[in-house]
Design a protein around this ligand. Structure first.
Ligand code: PHE
Length: 341
């Protein structure tokens, strides 16, 4: 029995000293000191000893138990200390390392241009309205007095979503003229910016998706003079107070009379240069007096009310304002480009 006890002591102390994890240490404590442990098993044999041997072995057994208990305790303290040291080492912060710079994003230059545009119109008492990009052909064409044989209605020019061509991706924001009058009624002063779609190949000046800003003013006694005054004021806010404009006759099915508005080239002052393609003028928008048929299509009496409408190209405006030479740069979202604004 003496040998057994000595073997337990030696084995236990060695195993305990070798532990690196507190769970292993706990397992050893149970193995040696637990109710079903090795020491208990030996003590159960005490009954077989002679009365002289019993106290001697009892004392030895107590010594072994105390030694194992003490070893467990000190190893536990050691492991706890080591765990703390490891944790501190892992969590050390070097306060002298420079912080990581978080790069802040910013608005896309085209939306910055849109924001300043909106502000100009809000200051003039316009409301901002939002409309669907998936549109009915009725709104995109028919109610806008656009005849069935108009080239814009060709399958090759428009993205139709149904075989019967009743639903399409709007080709212009002008359907918002109809929607605005239907939902809001007249008098009205509104602009409606948004995406439009045409079956164009991508190049420096074309994209199958681009943005327009529609405008509509309807009230009693609105004339072409209001159209010119309003658009001149807006253009001078955007392009500078000295900007010269030119109103050129044009045709749109939903306005009569219609015009296109050019600004004198800010690069060459009208002499002709690559920016204006030698023209001296740059086209910035289409406009006109709302056609009486369009008013009637929206339940508005053209003998009482009149109005004007206009459509700006947002990309073109942003390109002019920021001197961007290629439309594709606006949509590619290359960070090296966007960072410049
Ligand atoms: N919708 C026309 C276009 O896309 C522009 C326009 C808008 C013209 C409003 C007149 C009035 O070209």
């Amino acid at each position: 029995m003496k040998q057994q006890l000595e073997a337990i002591r030696a084995g236990a102390l060695e195993a305990i000293a070798a532990t690196t994890r507190s769970s292993d240490l706990e397992a050893l404590r149970v193995k040696y000191l637990g109710k079903k442990g090795e020491l208990t098993a030996v003590l159960k044999q005490m009954g077989k000893l002679s009365p002289e041997e019993r106290p001697v072995m009892g004392q030895l057994a107590n010594e072994v138990r105390a030694a194992v208990e003490k070893a467990v305790e000190s190893q536990a303290a050691l492991l706890a200390e080591k765990a703390l040291a490891d944790k501190l080492a892992a969590e050390t912060i070097d306060v002298t390392i420079p912080g990581k710079e978080i790069e802040l994003g910013h608005k896309h230059p085209m939306y910055t241009a849109l924001d300043s545009f909106k502000e100009i119109f809000i200051n003039m008492g316009f409301e901002i309205m939002d409309g669907p990009e998936v549109e009915q052909q009725d709104y995109n064409f028919t109610k806008l007095n656009t005849p069935d044989d108009h080239p814009a209605r060709e399958w090759s020019d428009t993205f139709y979503l149904t075989e019967d061509s009743s639903i399409l991706l709007r080709t212009q924001t002008s359907p918002m003229q109809i929607r605005a009058m239907e939902t809001h009624g007249v008098p009205i002063r509104m602009i409606s910016p948004g995406r439009v779609y045409r079956k164009d190949e991508v190049d420096a000046t074309h994209s199958p998706m681009f943005h327009q800003i529609e405008g509509l003013v309807v009230d009693k006694g609105i004339t072409m003079a209001d159209l010119k005054g309003t658009l001149n004021a807006v253009i001078r806010e955007i392009y500078g107070p000295a900007t010269k404009t030119r109103f050129r006759p044009h045709h749109f099915p939903f306005t009569e009379p219609s015009c296109e508005v050019d600004i004198q080239c800010h690069k060459c002052g009208g002499k002709g240069c690559p920016t204006c393609k030698g023209e001296g003028w740059i086209e910035v928008l289409g406009a006109g007096m709302v056609h009486p048929k369009v008013l009637r299509n929206c339940g508005v009496d053209p003998d009482v009310y009149s109005g004007f409408a206009f459509g700006f190209g947002l990309e073109r405006m942003a390109m002019g304002r920021y001197k961007i030479s290629d439309l594709r740069l606006i949509f590619e979202n290359d960070i090296r480009f966007l960072e410049q604004f």
